[in-house]
Design a protein around this ligand. Structure first.
Ligand code: DGL
Length: 266
């Protein structure tokens, strides 16, 4: 059986990329609901319906575990998904807790970027209440970034202009960390690193989510049964077109390059 990864679009690839490295001996089913992305601008109820519809399709292929590799879908549907299915369902949340911890007792703040829907949902608001005792967390949505990513626009001047215009309205010197709380945003990590002051930490929850998946598989005495094969689906249709499959693998290569650049800096 495969491990399912679900996202509204290509964002979940940034999580799958980590899974392939940490858990290479499984096979994966990646489902991008590209017909309906972006989710972050839709209502909770509509997103929940879309997620249930997609997951129903994914389970028809047989899953041993499911990662909702989308903060927005997690905040809209994770509780109900866990009630309905008996395999492990792993969700995501913006990495606010580690970011707050990293600030220690310094006077620096944390800025969370995520979708509009994620930020207004109880799940996020409750998380902030729980971990932000010193009231150092601020947050803003970056809706256009998801659209740029879905258009495979990562380095265009338009993306840079957009981020610059957002950042110019914020005094970034007040911040010690930014949280990329939407799985589409790590595709722009190199751009964030170029535009933000050098000492700001850029935090995401991708590796933490995959470690959680690995821990749950181990707890369940999972027998590894794959070789890192990935079947890609877009809104219920298997991608057979090799050009599109190559595009998806190209996203992984982009993430590999960014990891290597980061290692080179260390
Ligand atoms: N990638 C998703 C997330 O992590 C959602 C983006 C969207 O569809 O708006 O929140």
């Amino acid at each position: 059986m495969q491990i399912g990864f679900f996202d509204s679009g290509i964002g979940g690839i940034t999580v799958l990329h980590k899974a392939i490295k940490l858990i290479p001996n499984e096979d994966y089913l990646y489902y991008a609901d590209t017909l309906h992305a972006p989710y972050g601008e839709k209502s909770k109820e509509y997103v929940k319906d879309l997620v249930f519809h997609a997951v129903e399709f994914m389970t028809s292929k047989g899953l041993k575990a499911l990662v909702i590799a989308c903060n927005t879908a997690t905040s809209a549907a994770i509780g109900d998904l866990r009630c309905k299915y008996d395999f492990p369902v792993i969700g995501m949340e913006p990495a606010v807790k580690p970011a707050v911890e990293l600030m220690g007792n310094s006077n620096k703040r944390v800025l969370v970027f995520a979708t509009e829907l994620s930020l207004k949902e109880d799940k996020f608001q409750d998380l902030v209440k729980k971990v932000d005792h010193r009231h150092i967390v601020d947050y803003i949505p970056l809706p256009k970034l998801v659209r740029f990513a879905e258009g495979f626009q990562f380095d265009s001047p338009k993306v840079q202009e957009y981020l610059e215009s957002i950042l110019s309205g914020i005094n970034m010197m007040n911040y010690g960390a930014v949280v990329l709380g939407c799985t589409h945003y790590p595709f722009f990590k190199d751009l964030f690193a170029r535009l933000l002051p050098k000492d700001i930490l850029i935090v995401d929850g991708n590796l933490g989510t995959v470690k959680n998946l690995k821990r749950i598989l181990t707890q369940n005495n999972n027998k590894p049964e794959g070789t890192g094969q990935i079947d890609f689906y877009q809104s219920g249709v298997k991608i057979e077109d090799m050009d599109v499959v190559r595009r998806y693998y190209g996203l992984m290569e982009r993430l590999d390059r960014m990891d290597n650049e980061k290692q080179a800096e260390v």
